[in-house]
Design a binder for this molecule. Structure first.
Ligand code: ADP
Ligand code: MG
Length: 339
């Protein structure tokens, strides 16, 4: 029997998994600007993994904010010029994004694109923009200026210079698409991880859920602060500790607070959302922007959805639905609050 040791078997971006008795097929690739790891059990796993990889690449080519030929870039280049016909994938992600922009009162904001471009947090020459540069873009980021018409398959951005960015939701969507491929190909046990958006198919073993570790923010990868026991669902983590630059001792990370134009600073280090689908957990992990109190209140109103929040002041806030599925690991450093 293979030793099932909690966090040593496979290291993912924000989460660690222990596997069961038979060896899975595992492949890691760089797609969508992040690491994509597939862990698939059963025959023909390699073939299924290839099909899933090409679907993720296809989704990237459609939804990328950075690729000039993507469908999303077509929309952005058409800003202020009326309606444009878009692919079904783009329409679906835009529609979901508008929904979550409203639900989070603009914490998740699909029109944050101009600010993301200005901050370019992940580029080697990232720097703090001037207050004037940020102020100049604020009139462009009202998500109510994005209109989608599902019947005609069209969308429009009201003002020139506006840009939709699906970076906060598209990896979740891709993870859902991969799970759909696994199911279609008869796979009953697998994990897809797209940059911290996990899709979990089936159980680790009969009646035994997967044990997913949540990264201890600021520590080297492979150090979980806590873990959750899950099956057949998705888990997405957004954090201030993976993509950032540092200037004058201060961290500037990639989740922008649309109400200020600056990286969100609400006392949180990471937000993990557990939901049936990853498109939803990815978008909802942006409650990072609205902070713990409002964020938890929102998550508690959504059926089958839970959250694990790690705060700067060393608390781990966990929604009640996870009370029997949660395990604290870094017990010396954190206190746990169920809400
Ligand atoms: P990752 O890109 O590592 O998956 P997240 O899921 O946390 O990280 O999403 C962060 C990305 O979402 C940013 O890189 C940017 O493209 C986009 N984004 C930044 N701020 C917001 C926001 N307030 N609302 C929606 N999307 C955002
Ligand atoms: Mg994400």
């Amino acid at each position: 029997m293979r030793v099932c040791y909690f966090f040593s078997v496979i290291m993912l971006m924000h989460a660690y998994i222990c596997f069961g008795d038979t060896a899975p097929f595992v492949i890691s690739e760089e797609i969508m600007g992040t690491t994509v790891t597939q862990t698939i059990y059963g025959p023909h796993a390699d073939k299924v993994a290839r099909e899933a990889s090409s679907r993720i690449r296809e989704i990237e080519s459609i939804l990328s904010f950075h690729l000039p030929a993507s469908d999303l870039s077509r929309l952005n280049n058409h800003a202020g010029k009326g309606d444009i016909v878009l692919k079904p994938e783009t329409m679906y992600n835009l529609q979901k994004s508008i929904y979550y922009s409203g639900l989070t009162n603009g914490g998740f904001n699909v029109l944050v694109g101009p600010l993301v471009k200005l901050w370019k947090v992940t580029s080697p020459d990232a720097d703090i923009p001037s207050a004037g540069q940020i102020a100049a873009l604020m009139p462009l980021i009202d998500y109510r200026d994005l209109h989608v018409n599902i019947e005609s398959g069209t969308a429009r951005l009201d003002k020139k210079g506006q840009m939709a960015d699906l970076g906060g939701i598209a990896k979740g969507y891709a993870s859902d698409e991969v799970i759909a491929i696994y199911k279609k190909r008869g796979i009953t046990k697998a994990i897809i991880d797209i940059g911290g958006n996990l899709g979990l198919l089936g159980f680790k073993a009969k009646d035994t859920p997967w044990c997913i570790g949540i990264q201890y923010p600021g520590k080297d990868r492979g150090n979980p602060a806590c873990a959750v026991y899950l099956s057949d669902c998705s888990l997405s983590t957004s954090g201030a500790y993976e993509r950032f630059f540092e200037k004058n001792g201060k961290i500037y990370h990639h989740i922008i607070d649309p109400s200020t134009g600056y990286p969100a600073d609400t006392g949180l280090l990471s937000v993990s959302i557990i939901a049936p689908k990853s498109i939803d957990s990815d978008a909802l992990s942006k409650i990072f922007v609205i902070g713990a109190d409002k964020g938890i209140a929102l998550i508690k109103r959504i059926p089958n959805t839970n959250a694990v929040l790690i705060t700067k002041d060393k608390r781990i806030i966990v929604t009640d639905g996870l009370r029997h599925k949660f395990k604290l690991i870094a017990a010396d450093d954190f206190t746990v609050q169920f809400k």
